[in-house]
Design a protein around this ligand. Structure first.
Ligand code: COA
Length: 324
């Protein structure tokens, strides 16, 4: 019997309308376009309007992915949504999106793996499809990270943005996702976190209760090292050589981290999709936004091999190697 693969049949994305450039940031925090761009590659980010939620962006991205795949929402068996900024504590944002799409009845849940959320969600959906339980899945990565930024803290506020991306995955005899890897090490929790919550309690100091805290330099070092071994492991799991890869579609946190991974794979930067300049770090939104950009701009073509990878708070790290 032929094996069942999960194939991406459509992609979509959504960004808030408002763009905030590094020059805009200079006006209210002690920073500069030069500092931000040299350290991170970021030029601008999109910021959600008041009242605009993760679910709103996720819904738009999902509609576009479904249209691209030619799939009706009612055909979906599964929705998995990666986010660390859900609209509500519950129901999950996946459930909220499901209802708006009219996909009521299928399984729907969120995955919180911080910036690795979308790649984790993709790995989970891949397993559902390979098991035969699911034929058509919608996988979303969506965030409104600027909701938990302290705009006075220059170490973090310059790094993040809002956005969403989505893919439709369908069962197919043709590849498809070859391999996915998922890892976490909660021992690193305090290097990148938001230390409040329902059970631990919310603090009420203005602007300090629900903000991202990060030890940037330490995160940088662990990210580079971890991604090095992750890409090796993924190639091995797929039985492939780096030379067989057409594109690297990395998490868009920092151009220097991306360049280090490309170098490790001996890939030229011409084979790397870079959107960090335009979107900054959109956490779970980052990889599917970059993928949709790559598809719609005609860079990524059917039949090409793509390596997706992400690293984030937890720490978590995850990858997927697939034929598009
Ligand atoms: N504008 C201007 N100066 C800033 C600044 C800003 N936005 N943020 C920090 N600085 C200052 C620091 O205060 C420090 O000043 P000092 O030397 O007087 O103490 C100086 O710049 C250098 O800071 P440092 O932390 O050494 O810079 P860096 O080269 O490590 O770059 C990051 C900082 C955050 C850009 C970098 O460490 C990074 O990208 N880390 C990974 C973060 C990440 O990707 N997180 C998400 C993972 S999913």
């Amino acid at each position: 019997m032929a094996s069942t693969y999960a194939r991406i049949t459509g992609t979509g994305s959504a960004l808030p309308e408002r763009v905030m450039t590094n020059f805009d940031l200079e006006k209210f925090v002690e920073t500069s376009d030069e500092w931000i761009h040299t350290r991170t590659g970021i030029r601008q980010r999109h910021v959600a309007a008041e009242g605009e939620t993760t679910g709103d962006l996720a819904f738009l991205a999902a509609e576009r992915a479904l249209a691209a795949a030619g799939v009706q929402a009612s055909e979906l068996d599964l929705i998995v949504l990666g986010t660390t900024t859900p609209d509500l504590i519950f129901p999950s944002t996946a459930c909220l999106v499901q209802a708006r799409l009219g996909a009521n009845g299928c399984a729907a849940f969120d995955v919180n793996a911080a910036c690795s959320g979308f790649v984790y969600a993709l790995g989970v959906a891949d397993k559902f499809i390979r098991s035969g339980q699911t034929k058509k899945a919608l996988v979303i990565g969506a965030e409104t990270l600027t909701r938990m930024i302290d705009w006075k803290e220059r170490e973090t506020c310059v790094l993040f943005g809002d956005g969403a991306g989505a893919v439709v995955l369908e069962a197919s005899d043709e590849p498809g996702i070859y391999a996915t890897c998922m890892h976490a090490d909660g021992g690193y929790k305090e290097l990148l976190w938001n230390p409040v919550g329902v059970s631990a309690g919310f603090r009420d100091e203005p602007n300090h209760g629900v903000c991202i805290k990060m030890a940037g330099r330490e995160v940088f070092k662990v990210a580079v090292k971890t991604l090095d071994s992750l890409v090796e492991q993924t190639l091995q799991a797929a039985g492939m050589q780096a030379s067989q890869l057409d594109w690297l579609i990395p998490h868009q946190a920092n151009l220097r981290i991306i360049e280090a991974t490309a170098k490790r794979l001996d890939m030229s930067m011409d084979q790397v999709i870079v959107t960090v300049d335009k979107h900054a770090n959109t956490s779970s939104g980052s990889v599917p936004l970059a993928l949709d950009y790559a598809v719609r701009s005609g860079k990524v073509q059917r039949g090409q091999n793509l390596l997706l990878e992400a690293f984030g708070g937890g720490f978590t790290w995850a990858s997927a190697l697939l034929r598009y």
